[in-house]
Design a protein around this ligand. Sequence first.
Ligand code: UT7
Length: 333
Amino acid sequence: MLPSIRSAITGAAKYHPEKIVTNQDLSQSVETSDEWIQTRTGIKERRQVKKGQAASDLAVLAIEKVLKKTQTNVLDIDLIIVGTVTPDMMFPSTACVIQNKIGAKNAWGFDLSAACSGFLFSLGTADQFIRSGRSKKALVVGVDVMSSIIDPQDRNTCVLFGDGAGVVLLEPLPDGLQLGILDFIHHIDGSGGELLCMPGGGSLNPTTPETIEKKMHVVHQEGKQVFKFAVGEMARVSEEILERNGFKPEDVTLFVPHQANLRIIESCQKKLGLPNEKVMVNIDKFANTTSATIPSCLAMAAKEGRIKKGDLVLLASFGAGFTWGATLLRWAY
Ligand code: UT7
């Protein structure tokens, strides 16, 4: 039986820290060049937090904007889900820190770890709480401070990532309106775990002087292998979700892919046969902000008028784990 309510994004906002780090800046500290970074990744610059600024701080700045835009009373928020791999600390969860900072006294919530798919997995999870009637106003956050887990001396990774936050407000709408989240598909495949990971600091490798010496507390990536999986799976899952909902790529108003590499985005775009104006890109300005890429793209697209009420929007992600997925929705405002 079809559910009588759907969940819909009724507001979106983003926050990126003010400090800009250009490719030129990075070429002062590692052997790289603006030309290499731009041609291999599409990245021109990224943002970086100031000392002491944590994931919760970025998230709160985005949340304040979305609450204001949607004229939402923070006391009406009943659920906070935070997709992140760079929580303020191992525990308490960043959801608890955020709940306290914004004064969402009637909310519960948790962090969700799915790396670059963190936002999509969080959105799908919140969707289930809204559809079941257990949540009426959920904040779904994607936030990462990648500069906190990157080795600034490793040119394989330090050029790729940035810091940022995005958030959406998710609310119930009557199913008959045909707006909101239509479907999602999520996948994990742990066999790819070692290709993109941070091995230190957990229960397997608790922090010791030796783990620090071995640089186990920073991101390690086998870029080429991850690239291959990302290109194949993101396109496949996008085609699958369109097909099983009776849509063709040309029905999509905006494709919002995870922003890891412009070449990955363009390859998916080509497989789906979409023109440039139907593909959201902000990797040039913000690099890969992990969980924050998709919600920040949504906030930008809505602000720039690239998506309007009723438009079909396709979201797709791929990240460490491996984790990947797609979400199909009709924009609701
Ligand atoms: O968001 C989560 C999922 N992550 C991804 O989707 C990332 C997927 N991977 C990628 O985006 C790409 O693989 C990278 C951008 C990470 C690397 O691009 P690539 O075209 O696969 O380059 P590569 O790793 O094969 O490296 C090519 C060359 C190497 O030199 P040799 O061995 O050919 O002499 C690297 O050492 O480029 C070198 N290289 C660099 N040169 C200048 C690697 N990083 C840099 C750099 N500057 N920053």
